[in-house]
Ligand binder design. Structure first.
Ligand code: COA
Length: 454
């Protein structure tokens, strides 16, 4: 226990918070008065244009005569639609994450030879430095894998012979290294959590360099190393779908912002992991599954749309669930009619769930997706389109793959590392300016009072 814990629930701490709130709360009307783009959003909800990228296009609406017109969403990596990339890999019966990582990093699709040699390279770097697991992960385990991954990525700095070298070659090496190592860091962090926080047995398997990234995750995670090709292919699809999402999403923008200060690669990637952890971002996949548990106990008849809608209203009114007022898995800053990642995941989740114990849960999520827009309209009078996002079905897919809930957001981070790397390197060669928006200060000047007169 930290000594600071002794302060919990004391009057002293309460007074500190009261002082802070009293002197820090900002009247919401001031944001309009000063024309602040809250959340870096324009008044129609679209993002403030903060940069230009070659890496990815997130397409969720078209502007016509100043109006935002909803469309089916598309996600385009370096010019190629995600649905083509996923179906290309599936049709060829091969793993696709390595191909997507290659595409994001180098900007072109690899031929067969280039792909196999890149996959081999990623596998070669997968192993963690000697004693890294013992010294960095096991000695100081964390109840949250994301925090541990963040710390471990930062610590890779100490294992790099030239961590401050920001030449293109060095940045590429660092990128390949972190993309390769993050899954091993994730699994080791989970095993440490399992031992120290769940009082369970920790199992540390050797890495098999002949496996794809998705296979490697399943084989190092499972005690018996057993997995089917269908399971690994499904995880591979999840990794492909999560690999990249434009420059404006919170973690990628964080990575670009931190990179724009000229700091080292490990600092930028660790910051991105910290951002992704948040429940409004990558952490939503865990929140969806928590919400599902609340709905399962709060709604007697899961097939009764009226009862389910009433519960969704309670969620929005902060009367149920985690009382945040959010229906997790719904809504997106860019997508309007559909999030293409959710569409692909949903159809795969449905195939896997059919005829199994998970079918009822799948149908319940499907009903939440179907009923939420109406509930939104009745509660908030919103005419805005609200669709299911990628997190709606990803948690259920991971559950069906027997992946522990603590790893859901961590898997997202492993996949997204390829996107973060591409964006950091793009920022380094093009940005050339520190990202530095402004804050309007509203505190009035006060006359200094000597300490004996306060
Ligand atoms: N549940 C409840 N309220 C929601 C909501 C949801 N799922 N999605 C949007 N809203 C609310 C917003 O909080 C906002 O309310 P406010 O104007 O009172 O602040 C309003 O609807 C408009 O939001 P919008 O501009 O469409 O969305 P956003 O860009 O601010 O937020 C998300 C996008 C993803 C953060 C938001 O939809 C959300 O919190 N969803 C739930 C969490 C989630 O699934 N995250 C995963 C993202 S991939």
């Amino acid at each position: 226990m930290d000594k600071l814990d002794q302060l919990k629930s004391t009057d002293r701490l309460r007074h500190m918070c009261e002082d802070f709130c009293h002197n820090s709360v900002i009247d919401a009307a001031l944001y309009n008065k000063y024309g602040v783009k809250r959340g870096l959003r324009n008044s129609d909800g679209s993002g403030v244009l903060a940069g230009i990228t070659n890496v990815c296009c997130v397409h969720g609406y078209v502007m016509s005569e100043g109006e935002k017109n909803p469309i089916e969403g598309d996600l385009i990596y370096r010019g190629y639609s995600i649905s083509d990339l996923v179906s290309g890999a599936l049709n060829d019966r091969r793993y696709g994450y390595e191909e997507v990582a290659y595409l994001l990093l180098f900007g072109v699709l690899p031929n067969e030879h280039e792909l196999s040699s890149f996959a081999r390279l990623i596998a070669e770097y997968r192993e963690l430095p000697r004693y890294f697991s013992e010294d960095v992960i096991m000695r100081n385990p964390s109840p949250n894998i994301m925090n541990k991954m963040q710390q471990a990525v930062l610590t890779l700095y100490s294992y790099d012979s030239d961590p401050e070298d920001k030449s293109a070659e060095s940045e590429m090496l660092k990128a390949i290294s972190v993309i390769s190592k993050l899954p091993a860091i994730m699994v080791a962090s989970y095993q440490a959590l399992r031992r120290f926080y769940h009082n369970d047995t920790m199992v540390m398997h050797q890495i098999n360099k002949d496996e794809s990234l998705a296979e490697s995750i399943l084989s190092t995670l499972r005690d018996d190393r057993a997995y089917t090709a269908d399971e690994a292919k499904l995880l591979d699809i999840c990794l492909m779908l999560h690999a990249e999402h434009g420059g404006g999403n919170n973690s990628t923008f964080t990575c670009r912002t931190v990179s724009s200060s000229g700091t080292d690669a490990y600092s930028a990637y660790a910051a991105a992991i910290g951002s992704l952890k948040g429940p409004r971002h990558g952490g939503a996949n865990i929140k969806v599954m928590e919400m599902l548990e609340h709905v399962k106990t709060g709604v007697k008849d899961w097939n009764d749309d009226e009862e389910l809608s009433a519960y969704l209203i309670k969620l929005l009114r902060k009367e149920a669930g985690d009382k945040s007022g959010l229906i997790y898995g719904m809504g997106h800053a860019v997508y309007t009619l559909s999030d293409p990642r959710a569409v692909i995941l949903k159809s795969n989740a449905m195939k896997l769930a059919e005829g199994t114990e998970f079918e009822r849960e799948f149908k319940l999520l499907d009903s939440i997706e179907r009923l939420t827009p109406g509930v939104f309209k009745s509660e908030r009078g919103d005419i805005k389109n609200i669709c299911a996002n990628v997190d709606m079905y990803s948690g259920l897919v991971y559950k069906m793959l027997k992946i522990p809930v603590e790893m859901y957001t961590a898997l997202f981070a492993c996949a997204r590392m390829a996107g973060w790397c591409a964006h950091r390197m793009e920022e380094m060669i093009n940005g050339k300016r520190i990202i530095r928006p402004a804050y309007k200060a509203i505190n009035l000047n006060k006359e200094y009072i000597p300490i004996d007169k306060r």
